[in-house]
Ligand binder design. Sequence first.
Ligand SMILES: NC(=O)C1=CN([C@@H]2O[C@H](COP(=O)(O)OP(=O)(O)OC[C@H]3O[C@@H](n4cnc5c(N)ncnc54)[C@H](O)[C@@H]3O)[C@@H](O)[C@H]2O)[C@@H](O)CC1
Ligand SMILES: [K+]
Length: 474
Amino acid sequence: MIDTDRMAAVDENAAALGVPRKQLMESSGNAVASAVQDVAEPDARVTIVAGRGNNGGDAFVATRFLDTYDTRTLLLGRAETVTTGIARENWAALEQAGYEIDEVRDSRNLDLGNPDVVVDAMLGTGITGELREPEATAARAMNDSDATVLSVDVPSGVDADTGKGGAGAVDADHVVTFHDTKPGLDALDADVRVADIGIPRAAERFVGPGDLTVERDPHGEKGDAGRVFVVGGGPYTGAPALAGQAALRAGADLAFVAAPERVFEPIASYAEDLIVQPYDADRLGPDHVDGLVETATDHDDVVVLGPGLGSADETHTAVEEFLRQFDGRVVVDADALAVVPEIETDATLVCTPNRKELAAMGGPDVDDLSEHVDEIEAFAADLGHVVLAKAKDDVITDGERTRISRTGTPGMTVGGTGDVLAGITAALLATRNPFEAASVAPYVNGRAAEQFSESGLLASELLDGIPHAMEADR
Ligand SMILES: NC(=O)C1=CN([C@@H]2O[C@H](COP(=O)(O)OP(=O)(O)OC[C@H]3O[C@@H](n4cnc5c(N)ncnc54)[C@H](O)[C@@H]3O)[C@@H](O)[C@H]2O)[C@@H](O)CC1
Ligand SMILES: [K+]
């Protein structure tokens, strides 16, 4: 099962891996033709009704594979108004090769003929709202005809994610959909087949540019990029400052750092963009927890818990207490990670262990994480939280799904890059679901690093690279 946002991401990832969409369209069109062949007698009359997007493009390709039938292809609208280059190219190929094709410029002139099979390629995943003209008239004609109706990807007028369709949606007998089935096809009274169109597994497995642009979970209000609240610092000062700044670079509206009074000055001096809130102590302890939880809850903050906190017993107890009380979203990093396997929490956690921290939490103790994805996935399932295990190839899993992020450079072994990652993850967690945020963050962090020379990379340099790294088509 794949929803349309994820499908679009995978499609873009495939293109980045060298399999562009026009190639996928050739496969889709071929699959449509096979589906027609399965329902059509050898002498059947086939009418293809195509829209102006890529759904129509699939059908233009199918036309070439249906030479042996009595096939007509109708385009709803003028060829100049076809919306995508690849669909237009496939239409032009039909024109040049002399296929029987027609532009339907006025829905009153639509005539399906008397076909045995109608291919509905008007609208796929690009639909918004109820069917408009001329598609609405064409859908009525299909539904009224005696022909077998075969829809491309999804019946036109039906939302592929929800299955909802306006009153005028196409009532398909058969659907041929691509790569994986769609949530909205489940409830349909139609025979649904899934066609493999040659999308490499890697396009799903590895985080790619497609993941940057789509799949935003509108957790907050639209335009509300969220507040990130870093609970860190004590023995160390640089770590929380890096995490907070990284969150800002990755799109957070505000970044707060709560830190012990003793280290307030240095943290505040690193960057004027950070708001630093001191508490009266040398390090985090149980007394501070109520106040921190209240602040984070009141503002619906995404919390980064851990950077620079140190491993004192009272701090460990405070982290436990924080996670017991808080029920919002938390990126857990560094010394705070050790607490996670020991506690029950209602919070939504993304845990960001490196190799050693993963082993200390009870996960596999291995050098190459990407060779042990099943074990890490099983560990995350047990833990009940999203795990972003950091290594040369980062492994991201929610216990059911696993992705790998391969960006980055050898220079990233320098101190502080993990703090930057925690901040990016928090910013993304404000607008995406935890698994997506955890998948995209290391991809962005690695891309940020790729903008600098490997030797002598500083974690603070990554900050400058983040905005550019978040652009899909940089
Ligand atoms: N995503 C992928 O990986 C692949 C997608 N493919 C095909 O591409 C399709 C999606 O293509 P597009 O994104 O171009 O979108 P569509 O072809 O579904 O529709 C886009 C067009 O429909 C118009 N439109 C939108 N809502 C309308 C309405 N209510 N009434 C009338 N017209 C309306 C738009 O103005 C636009 O011209 C998929 O369904 C599938 O068939 C395949 O080619 C293979 C790979
Ligand atoms: K369709």
